[in-house]
Design a protein around this ligand. Structure first.
Ligand code: MG
Length: 377
């Protein structure tokens, strides 16, 4: 017997129960093979203004370019974002060029993420942020179609969100102390080192607070023995882990450091895609996942699974981003050891309302999809 939609629902025992999901019937989207509804992608460049000039080992900046995306389907809008800090090599121009090649109208069903994201990944190599802004918008969209937060679709407990760190950039002792005082709502801080004033940075922070500290060197140290000596000193100062201490090319030195270090050594700049993870076993203690490197949520979720299987530590971070991409990343945060999701707090012109930091803890909105709404300005 050929099952039409009504008989199929009847066979599942849900016909007539008024089972609908959100404003749209999921069944209608799912079962209508001749669905003429199409996904429509639009995007706009946007410049994020940073509250403070941000200095890490290597460079300073006051703005970050992003591209904001929308995927419209059946009266619903999924939001996405690409953020392009200069060191990753993408720009508003490169993202625009990439997005102009994307033809989503060939796909009838936004739930076919395997197919759609394989197509997106195959358009070109690299372009992690450009790919992420599609992935995020699609996840937001499918959450809205079934009217459920993304964390529920993945079976993630929103009560288990971690604390998030707030980042203190390299600066003079006076500015570092002031920024540390401003960050009193956070229960853990991330301090950027590698600028030649490492002990002064930590002592300035420690003169204001005794919360646990993460350290990010952004490849700023060069000598493994000096690095190890400093890590022993940092352990005494209440530091939890060290992110990217040495240049990513010094693989043997990093492996030696990880073996001898009393603190976990995390990969950030060295690490982009899922295929990098197996070769990091024994080189790093763990990985820092960011949606702009992982091409979005779907690969990030797989990365967490693989890193766990290899008994590696996992942290989730972000670039300077609006609440769109940061709240998307936060959906996965109950699965990680440490979170660094402060990108939206560092900017003065956010476009969305999303995650909240409550007593230092990531707090997920109870809204469908990635959980954001546009701010009315
Ligand atoms: Mg980092």
């Amino acid at each position: 017997m050929k099952l039409d939609r009504r008989n199929f629902l009847k066979s599942l025992g849900i016909a007539g129960l008024g089972v609908t999901f959100g404003t749209n019937s999921y069944a209608n989207v799912f079962f209508n093979k001749n669905n003429s509804k199409k996904m429509k992608l639009t995007f706009e460049p946007y410049d994020l203004e940073l509250k403070h000039t941000f200095t890490v080992a290597g460079f300073s900046r006051k703005t970050t370019p992003v591209v904001l995306t929308k995927i419209e389907f059946d009266g619903l809008i999924g939001y996405g974002e690409a953020s392009m800090p200069p060191y990753l090599g993408e720009s508003q121009e490169s993202v625009t060029k990439f997005l102009n090649k994307v033809k989503l109208d060939q796909f009838k069903d936004p739930f076919m993420l395997n197919d759609i994201l394989a197509y997106i990944d195959g358009i070109d190599t690299g372009n992690g942020a450009a790919k992420a802004c599609i992935d995020i918008a699609l996840h937001d969209l499918i959450g809205k179609i079934v009217n459920q937060p993304l964390y529920k679709l993945w079976g993630i407990n929103p009560e288990q969100t971690p604390l998030t760190s707030y980042t203190i950039g390299i600066d003079t002792p006076e500015v570092v102390k002031e920024k540390t005082r401003e960050a009193s709502g956070f229960k853990v801080l991330k301090v950027k080192l590698g600028g030649g004033n490492d002990k002064e940075m930590i002592e300035s922070v420690r003169s204001v607070t005794d919360v646990p500290l993460y350290v990010d060197v952004n490849q700023g140290w060069k000598d493994k023995q000096q690095a190890l000596d400093l890590i022993h000193w940092l352990k005494e100062q209440g530091i939890v882990f060290i992110e990217q201490p040495l240049p990513k090319a010094q693989i043997d030195d990093i492996a030696w450091l990880t073996q001898n270090s009393p603190l976990p050594i995390m990969a950030d700049e060295a690490f982009q895609r899922i295929s990098d993870i197996p070769k990091f076993k024994g080189v790093y203690s763990g990985i820092n996942i960011k949606l702009m490197k992982s091409t979005g949520l779907r690969e990030a979720h797989k990365m967490i699974t693989i890193a766990r299987a290899l008994e590696m530590k996992v942290m989730i971070g972000c670039m300077t981003e609006t609440s769109c991409a940061v709240t998307a990343a936060a959906q996965l945060s109950p699965l990680v050891d440490w979170a660094d999701l402060d990108g939206n707090v560092l900017i003065s012109n956010d476009k969305f309302d999303g995650l909240k930091i409550v007593e230092g803890k990531v707090t997920l909105p109870n809204r469908p999809g990635i959980g954001i709404v546009p701010l009315k300005k």
